[in-house]
Write a protein that binds this ligand. Structure first.
Ligand code: OAD
Length: 246
């Protein structure tokens, strides 16, 4: 592990262009449970098709809003951890940097990252189900009575991607533009099982371009075959040491 940490620190120090892909694991140390954690996963005690699908929302928007309001409260109480902070520091040091996250919690932005793209949307925004207008954070306060209505009296929904919905194409386009503008020197993959094909494709694409791929995850993920350096540890423990080595 020590050698791998040194190698990752060297690759990051030398890199000019850095692409970062993150998943639920990066927020685990902020107290936000990951999706697939069998014991305490968010979906373990709830039916995901009721709480995170357009059909479930149509059936019972009040229930879905109550659940999202509780999740939002948890996210707002949480603080960015040392892993988020290290990624913000990494962005400050690099000439070109893009962070694509599958998380909806906004913790990367709160840590100070600027070029963040949320492929699954954000729990912190409300979208109109009629006009598709997205209200900025806080514009429609998330508090009872639920379901939330827009000022026009239309039904509002959390601005997140649910099962069966299309991912955020603007986030995809941002990654594609970043890749087209020049080969990233390093791709850093943090805290994701890498189960989604679009995440796998970017990792394979970068690998094929000759980008050095570094993964931070305490468990083996689906992406191991495409990683040059695998760091089996927690984001909050590993990232500070490879971004700002002692
Ligand atoms: P998962 O919950 O599937 O996986 C979390 C990953 O984080 C696992 O690989 C863990 O080993 C790892 N992990 C746990 N603690 C960690 C830590 N402290 N540091 C680093 N890694 C850690 O989360 P995602 O891969 O993000 O989609 O899941 C992807 C998507 O599945 C989510 O965005 C969500 C869900 O369905 C939607 O809501 C559309």
């Amino acid at each position: 592990m020590e050698k791998a940490l040194q190698e990752a620190a060297r690759l990051l120090a030398e890199a000019r262009r850095v692409l970062v892909l993150t998943g639920a694991g990066v927020s685990a140390e902020s107290g936000i449970p990951t999706f697939r954690d069998a014991q305490q996963g968010l979906w373990a005690t709830f039916d995901p098709m009721q709480l995170a699908s357009p059909e479930g929302f149509a059936r019972d928007p009040k229930l879905v809003w109550e659940w999202y309001a509780a999740r939002l409260e948890q996210v707002e109480k949480a603080l960015p951890n040392a892993g988020h902070q290290a990624l913000a520091e990494l962005e400050r040091r690099k000439e070109a940097f893009l962070l694509l996250t599958q998380n909806v919690d906004g913790l990367h932005q709160r840590a100070g990252n600027q070029n963040v793209h949320e492929i699954h949307g954000s729990i912190r925004r409300v979208r109109c189900t009629v006009t598709d207008h997205v209200y900025a954070e806080g514009e429609i306060p998330v508090r009872p009575p639920f379901p939330l209505l827009t000022p026009q009296g239309h039904l509002g929904r959390p601005d997140v991607v649910w099962f069966g919905e299309v991912i955020r194409m603007d986030a995809c386009a941002a990654v594609e533009r970043f890749l087209a503008a020049g080969r990233p020197d390093v791709l850093l993959v943090v805290g994701t099982t890498g189960m989604f094909p679009y995440i796998q494709r970017w990792v394979m694409q970068a690998f094929g371009l000759g980008t050095k791929v570094i993964e931070v995850n305490p468990e083996p993920s689906a992406l191991a075959d495409f990683c040059h350096v695998e760091l089996a540890g927690k984001a909050g423990e590993v990232l500070p040491g490879i971004v700002s080595p002692p």
